[in-house]
Design a protein around this ligand. Structure first.
Ligand SMILES: [Zn+2]
Length: 151
């Protein structure tokens, strides 16, 4: 169906599709690249944090332990790890396996603290978004794997 046939609804949809990405979307993108590259070996391959499958960093997701909707942990580096698309989408993030991974990597009890942190109300200021975008963009752009992937 063409959008024009949708009348007013079509206009609304067009507005959504043409929307410029906001700071949250931009930060999500750079933060995801940061996490996936951080977890890559020197050839750009990651091991899924929950099932161990090997994937190229471009073909995996940034998997959150505390779900992404919780703002206080959305950009917490410990909450996130490179995860295969299957675990993230079809197995809903494999929460228990991800919990074990976090506690093994960062110390017993870390996952439980992240859960608590995620429950707290949290809101970032526009300048905090900008600061974080700048920070993660710099790290990502200095990684040769990132430049390689663009060729
Ligand atoms: Zn997996």
């Amino acid at each position: 169906m063409s959008l024009d046939k949708l009348g007013g609804k079509g206009e609304e949809l067009k507005a959504v599709w043409n929307k410029e990405p906001d700071n949250e979307e931009i930060l999500d993108r750079w933060f995801s690249r940061f996490v996936r590259l951080r977890d890559s070996d020197e050839n750009g391959f990651i091991k899924c944090c929950t099932c161990g499958r090997q994937k190229h960093w471009k073909d995996c997701h940034n998997g959150h332990y505390v779900k992404r909707g919780h703002q206080a942990t959305r950009y917490d580096e410990k909450d996130c790890a490179a995860m295969c698309v299957y675990c993230n989408m079809k197995r809903n993030g494999e929460e228990q396996a991800h919990r074990l991974y976090i506690n093994h990597k960062y110390g017993e009890g870390t996952a439980e603290l992240l859960k608590l942190k995620g429950k707290a109300p949290f809101k970032m200021l526009p300048e905090e978004y900008e600061e974080k975008i700048k920070h993660y963009k710099e790290i990502v752009k200095s990684n040769p794997l990132y430049e390689d992937a663009k060729k």
